[in-house]
Design a protein around this ligand. Structure first.
Ligand code: ADP
Length: 402
């Protein structure tokens, strides 16, 4: 079975075509700058060169059509015909309280995703554009929605409610939802299999540290707490996002800096975080080299980030009554031995320590704790596309004749 995995952002479409017989990627790529000047499709058939296809791409429907044409192209395509695509798996950011698992998309499900757009106005509408485009182009091909929030639907009320009047939760669904769910679930599953255990027997803390960053406490297979909240702005300090701040800062800024609500939103989402602290960059690579040259604010940004991550790890150990494994994933988690070391330095009281030799690993699944550590520490590259493809496969194998 061949699964087309689609991840639509506001001006981009990332995709992979995955052959589920051996879970290999046949082709992948990205449409960039939708609706803008300079829009193009970058398409890479596995093992071959990347082709750049610049074209006017006014909307997601045109982008999807271009991707399909590339996939069936006689020169750089990987399938003969569009009918070779057995199912489509869509990443959907927000599933609200309605979707606790991946689902086959029906008209009713579409309405449910539309309803969630109210709490995710930036993310769900582009996801819907992608779904609608694929349903129009491939009307008989089953489509599945895989939600970023679904894995966190097991959070108990004590973890997901804010200290606000309860009526606001009832009226608007104002609560913590959590994000990066597919990534947290995937790396926890891989960690359990590397330990030759079942996830349901383990307490795992997963640290997804990329541009956007979140940490999850997974107790016996279920997410019981996670650092992102109603939106992905809550929790850790991130590349450009502030993470948690005292909410009283918002009216203060409105008054003192004469800022409007959209301006504050922009400030907290795009101009804060390690970019705001360092005044230099949102990229940890830049900060590491600047700090090595003696730049104090870059060093401060690094220190703040590592401190926050460590505090969350400690908090989640308390929430779960212990921990069996800590996992690092995403851009920073997979590639920065320096940051992993800094975060874990001081966690010896848990019965664990990083092995400096093992910690040199980048972008490969490996245990990095010392031998016989009570708590294992892992680096595990995330693979959200594979989770989407697997869920799509599992849902569709029942309805598709193989
Ligand atoms: P996202 O998907 O949230 O945009 P990624 O998971 O791709 O982010 O992570 C991107 C971040 O990873 C970059 O901003 C950079 O800070 C960090 N990163 C990537 N490689 C390295 C590295 N070798 N050392 C330190 N940080 C790195």
């Amino acid at each position: 079975m061949k699964i087309f995995v689609v991840n639509c952002g506001s001006s981009s479409i990332k995709y992979q075509l995955i052959n589920m017989e051996n879970e290999t990627v046949l082709a992948k790529g990205m449409v960039e700058r939708i609706g803008m000047e300079g829009s193009l499709l970058k398409h890479t058939p596995t093992g071959k060169y990347t082709v750049d296809l610049p074209e006017d791409i006014p909307d997601h429907a045109v982008g999807i059509k271009m991707i399909i044409s590339a996939l069936v192209n006689p020169e750089y395509g990987v399938i003969k015909d569009m009918s070779d695509i057995d199912a489509v798996g869509h990443r959907v950011v927000h599933g609200g309280e309605r979707f606790a698992d991946s689902v086959l998309i029906t008209q009713d499900v579409l309405k449910g995703i539309e309803a969630c757009a109210e709490i995710a106005p930036l993310h769900n509408p582009p996801n819907l554009h992608g779904i609608n485009a694929c349903m129009e182009i491939m009307p008989t091909t089953p489509q599945v929605a895989v939600f970023d929030t679904a894995f966190h639907q097991t959070l108990p009320k004590v973890a997901y409610l804010y200290g606000l009047p309860y009526e606001l939760y009832v009226k608007y669904g104002l609560r913590r939802y959590g994000f990066h769910g597919t990534s947290h679930k995937y790396v926890a599953q891989v960690a359990a299999s590397m330990m030759q255990e079942h996830m349901t027997d383990l307490r795992i803390i997963t640290c997804h540290l990329g541009n956007g960053a979140s940490i999850t406490a997974i107790k016996y297979g279920k997410s019981i707490d996670t650092s992102m909240g109603y939106t992905p702005l809550e929790g850790l300090i991130m590349g450009t996002r502030s993470g948690e701040i005292d909410p009283a800062i918002i009216p203060f800024l409105m008054e003192k800096e004469n800022m409007t609500a959209p301006q504050i939103d922009d400030y907290l989402n795009r101009r804060s975080g390690i970019l705001g602290i360092s005044g230099l960059s949102s990229d940890f690579r830049d900060l590491e080299s600047a700090a090595n040259r003696g730049d104090e604010r870059s060093q401060l940004a690094i220190d703040l980030f590592a401190y926050k991550v460590k505090k969350y790890i400690g908090g989640y150990v308390a929430a779960m009554g212990g921990v069996d494994a800590i996992v690092f994933t995403a851009g920073v988690g997979e590639n920065s031995p320096f940051m992993r070391d800094k975060i874990c330095n001081g966690l010896e009281y848990l019965g664990t320590r990083i092995d400096p030799e093992r910690n040199k690993v980048r972008g490969k699944a490996q245990e990095i704790s010392v031998k016989r550590a009570n708590v294992k520490i892992f680096v595990i590259p995330t693979n959200e596309e594979l989770v989407i493809a697997r869920d799509t496969f599992n849902i569709c194998k029942r309805i598709i004749k193989l």
